[in-house]
Design a protein around this ligand. Sequence first.
Ligand SMILES: NC(=O)c1ccc[n+]([C@@H]2O[C@H](COP(=O)([O-])OP(=O)(O)OC[C@H]3O[C@@H](n4cnc5c(N)ncnc54)[C@H](OP(=O)(O)O)[C@@H]3O)[C@@H](O)[C@H]2O)c1
Length: 304
Amino acid sequence: MRQFFAIIGHPVAHSLSPRFQQAAFDAAGLDAAYLPFDIPPEQLSQALSALRILGVAGFNITLPHKESLLGMVDDLSETAREIGAVNTVVSRQGEWLGENTDGPGFLLALERFLEANRLPFPSHVLIFGAGGSARAVLWALAHRPVGAICLVNRTRSRGEDLLNLPILSGIPEKTASALDQSSWRSWISKAKAPLVINTLSLRAFAGNAIPFPPLEDLSLSEATLFDLSYVPSRPSEGGAEAVGRTPFLEMGSRFGAPSQNGLGMLLCQGALAFRLWTGREAPMERMEEVLMLATGQKSLWKSL
Ligand SMILES: NC(=O)c1ccc[n+]([C@@H]2O[C@H](COP(=O)([O-])OP(=O)(O)OC[C@H]3O[C@@H](n4cnc5c(N)ncnc54)[C@H](OP(=O)(O)O)[C@@H]3O)[C@@H](O)[C@H]2O)c1
């Protein structure tokens, strides 16, 4: 019988997952359908009951439901527990396991980008944002020998809370700063070849009282930039070389920093979900091809 997979979120129409996951199932010769469902928070519980009745084989979860799913599955993987969010559910004879592939997917994408651009794994990392995806990024960094992290957020206390996560106990230096404070600016100006990761939602870049982008007056010739967003600032302008550059990465182009957007992470978290659902390696090349076709990007790994 045809297997049925899904992604739930609110909104979900923008998601590229249905395109590249369906292409992956087709390329693997599996009889499966992957469908998007826009589910507002007040209907989440009913929607999950419906998915159970329909016998969904697995599904992805995107904003704003990742944290809510923690208490709505039958079991949690260690990774989902540590990150504190679920982005993938695997159904095993109707028992739902909550997984998180965002953290491992981010790490795979970062390492592939660094390798493709011959960059070493950085010791100093500055992260903008303290939401759900920042937790996945911190989980990834906790699995590498990172020496110092500075976490910058509009609400400083949220950043402080994240830095107290037990998984980060092995990282020697941890600093929290508010977006409108100067402390993160002096931190980054002293950091050697820092990796600067943006996990702020797009709301932070539009109509914000705090001047944004916040790096433009800094001299960061040795920095590397990684944005989790892959929504370009100028979809139809800017020339071929600007395809894929988000508002955050536009800053990088000013001082020539190697830059990566979130498309590689999207691919890697999706490939890991595919493996969890099917027990097979994902057809990465086909998935990558679909993402490049959908976005106009020529590569997911070269610096933008
Ligand atoms: N590439 C991928 O595979 C992938 C995976 C996951 C997420 N993402 C992307 O990552 C981004 C963040 O996702 P998330 O799940 O972490 O979102 P989230 O949990 O909603 O976190 C949002 C963050 O943005 C900040 N923020 C929101 N509005 C702001 C404003 N007006 N001014 C300043 N800061 C503001 C919040 O600060 P406060 O704490 O002060 O509210 C918080 O730090 C999204 O663009 C999402 O699409 C990509």
